[in-house]
Design a protein around this ligand. Structure first.
Ligand code: NDP
Length: 318
């Protein structure tokens, strides 16, 4: 197959951009607006491949403006911003980067869990503010024990399983919620998310995003988690009813929350900033040198395989 012209939807890791430009004729998509519209009207039919990311995705309008695109190679594992059924109907293969990020996302889930339970970020703020040496001294509040606590996992997919495995090092009993129980895991399936939240000391959310899971964690689930319970979200901001979570934290109806993802990223409601019972990080679960490099390599591998007429190493299941 002739090498397709590649359309690059967003800035990528410098290493990936260099490799892409070395191997392919690559054009950057202009930012949304009149310039992009004119560009797509004039040049949309030129491109055979689109490179994007899980967060940026590819809208149906963009896909439809690229009538000759036959492959989308996406950096990341989330599929909530790509209508894969629409792509399939157009005969477009979609590649993504599953598995290579399982370890780092699971590590961050535990980092967040430990942070909110043991008050790490709060302790850092306390030391920097000079409160440790203040006269009269300000007592630092006690944290909550993690080892042996009950861990509920929402979504036991590739990453959820890795989180469950990490929990063994902390002697944590695990139960999980998903739509289908799994036959090949030692952990108990909980068909009701409310029941899982009632049971759990820590509820870690790592389900898929998208319309089906929107506000899966709602006020009822948070109330079931209760004032001794903690929420960790490393999936997508949309999975949590963020307004309900904010109220629950303000009223101390849950113990605390640690969040990597938000409903309207990168905007985070400023009301969170005044609360000590929440830890906030900027969507960094896969953001290590090693994992981002592996993801970048997979983006290239998917594209290269398609061009070579081979099956994509990581094709989105039809
Ligand atoms: P998988 O597809 O392997 O797992 C998804 C899990 O979600 C499955 O257990 C699935 O089980 C469950 N699920 C899907 N829909 C529902 C539902 N309606 N109710 C309950 N459970 C549901 O994906 P990964 O583990 O690889 O990734 C999970 C998600 O993590 C990604 O989709 C992505 O959005 C997010 N992610 C976030 C990152 C970050 O930087 N914070 C980095 C990487 C991924 P079942 O189908 O049986 O319901």
């Amino acid at each position: 197959m002739n090498k397709p012209l590649v359309l690059q939807a967003l800035p990528l890791l410098p290493w990936l951009e260099e490799r892409l430009h070395a191997l392919y004729a690559v054009t950057r998509l202009p930012a949304a607006g009149a310039e992009r519209d004119a560009f797509l009207a004039e040049r949309g039919a030129d491109f055979g491949a689109l490179v994007t990311s899980a967060a940026h995705g590819a809208s149906n309008a963009l896909i439809d403006a690229l009538p000759n695109v036959k492959v989308i190679s996406s950096f990341g594992v989330g599929l909530d911003q790509i209508d894969t059924a629409h792509a399939a109907a157009r005969g477009i293969a979609v590649g993504y980067t599953p598995d290579v990020l399982n370890d780092c996302v699971a590590d961050l889930a535990f980092g967040l869990l430990l942070d909110i339970a043991r008050r790490l970020s709060e302790g850092d703020r306390y030391v920097r503010a000079g409160q440790w040496t203040a006269k009269p001294s300000v007592a630092f509040p006690l944290g909550v024990k993690v080892s042996g606590a009950k861990l509920g996992i929402v979504g036991l997919g590739r990453i959820g399983r890795t989180i469950a495995q990490r929990s063994q090092g902390f002697d944590m009993p695990v139960r999980y919620h998903s739509r289908r129980p799994l036959a090949d895991v030692p952990w108990a399936h909980e068909p009701s998310l409310v029941d899982l939240a009632r049971w759990a000391d820590f509820l870690v959310v790592i389900t898929a995003g998208g319309a089906e899971t929107r506000h899966l964690v709602n006020a009822q689930v948070l109330d079931a988690l209760g004032p001794q319970g903690f929420l960790v979200n490393v999936s997508r901001g949309t999975v949590i009813d963020e307004a309900a979570l904010l109220r629950a934290l303000q009223d101390k109806r849950i113990g605390g929350a640690a969040l990597d993802v938000f409903e309207h990223e990168p905007r985070v409601p400023p009301e969170f900033f005044t609360l000590d019972n929440v830890v906030l990080v900027p969507h960094i679960a896969s953001a290590t040198v090693q994992t981002r490099q592996a993801m970048a390599q997979r983006v290239l591998d998917n594209l290269d395989a398609f061009v070579a007429g081979q099956p994509l190493p990581s094709a989105v299941p039809a």
